[in-house]
Design a binder for this molecule. Sequence first.
Ligand SMILES: Nc1ncnc2c1ncn2[C@@H]1O[C@H](COP(=O)(O)OP(=O)(O)O)[C@@H](O)[C@H]1O
Ligand SMILES: [Mg+2]
Length: 376
Amino acid sequence: MHVTHLSLADFRSYARVEVPLDPGVTAFVGANGQGKTNLVEAVGYLATLGSHRVSSDAPLVRMGADRAVIRAAVTQGERSQLVELELNPGKANRARINRSSQVRPRDVLGIVRTVLFAPEDLALVKGDPGERRRFLDELVTARSPRMAGVRSDYERVLKQRNTLLKSAAMARRHGGRSMDLSTLDVWDQHLGRVGAELLAQRLDLIATLQPLADKAYADVAPGGGPVTLEYRSSVGAEVESARTREELYGQLIAALADVRKQEIERGVTLVGPHRDDLVLGLRGMPAKGYASHGESWSYALALRLASYDLLRSEGNEPVLVLDDVFAELDARRRERLAELVAPGEQVLVTAAVDDDVPGVLAGTRYAVSAGEVERL
Ligand SMILES: Nc1ncnc2c1ncn2[C@@H]1O[C@H](COP(=O)(O)OP(=O)(O)O)[C@@H](O)[C@H]1O
Ligand SMILES: [Mg+2]
């Protein structure tokens, strides 16, 4: 798929901007702080319902405005669609498809698909497990948009179960009446059912991504690998060998039973996909804590390129976004990466200076300056 038109109102630094887009490569060039990343961030938002830079919507709304609108015309094969999201911080966001009546924001997932690589991705390697869980879950959702529903069900069940555990912990501390544990059993089953679904999808994703990540790392940093992806689950190492969702469900329920006493003491859910991590291995060591800055950067890029490969191979080609990538690379790696991505259906690149964009990425160029986006 590709985006044929992007239109923003009160998004970040833009009061209004209209950007017609072609398939192939488009480069946005301009000095720092001019609004290049803001443009690609908006495209990424349509694909994930989130920003790659901030976890809340408030900073996405232009200072002084009270809502932002992102609109995109999208073409996939013969089919064209118009998607629109209105961001209302503190209130529910709204969504529309083809100007018809409102749909839930999550219903637009799958129309715009992106793989976005940005300097913030260094946190994938160096940051907390939450960064890697988000990476996995966004990719799981890109492969299968219905997983957005599973993810939000999981969040809801987890929250309610935690509330219940918290009141149990309080009652226990204050010597109150002990809780009716059958209620907790019901929540265990909910958590087990939804959690097993999420676990199964993550495990399948990692198995599929592993060889692609290893290959991508070799492309980005020849001879620097191998790269291994290993899921580390709070449920236990046995999740790796589970063959069915039923088995995962059973393991999760058993793990919850094992920690129930601690959970009631502490008032939080201690096992489940929300406590898991993806261990990124490089030459037999965890990249986090061991890899150099350059290696970590290459690793993050390799994960994104592998994601791109995966989504392409599964049918619907995503838009590849490379935000500020080329300046980090030496000339040889720059050319390699450019050759790798040049055949993509749509590639959006940002760079501070024209010379950073490799020659093989000929295509449309826009100059971005003080919120003006001008075709060159
Ligand atoms: N909500 C907002 N309202 C107004 N301006 C914003 C908002 N968020 C970010 N900006 C401005 O956008 C600019 C950064 O744009 P960005 O796209 O990140 O720049 P770059 O071209 O370097 O990628 C900064 O000058 C920042 O002040
Ligand atoms: Mg930028």
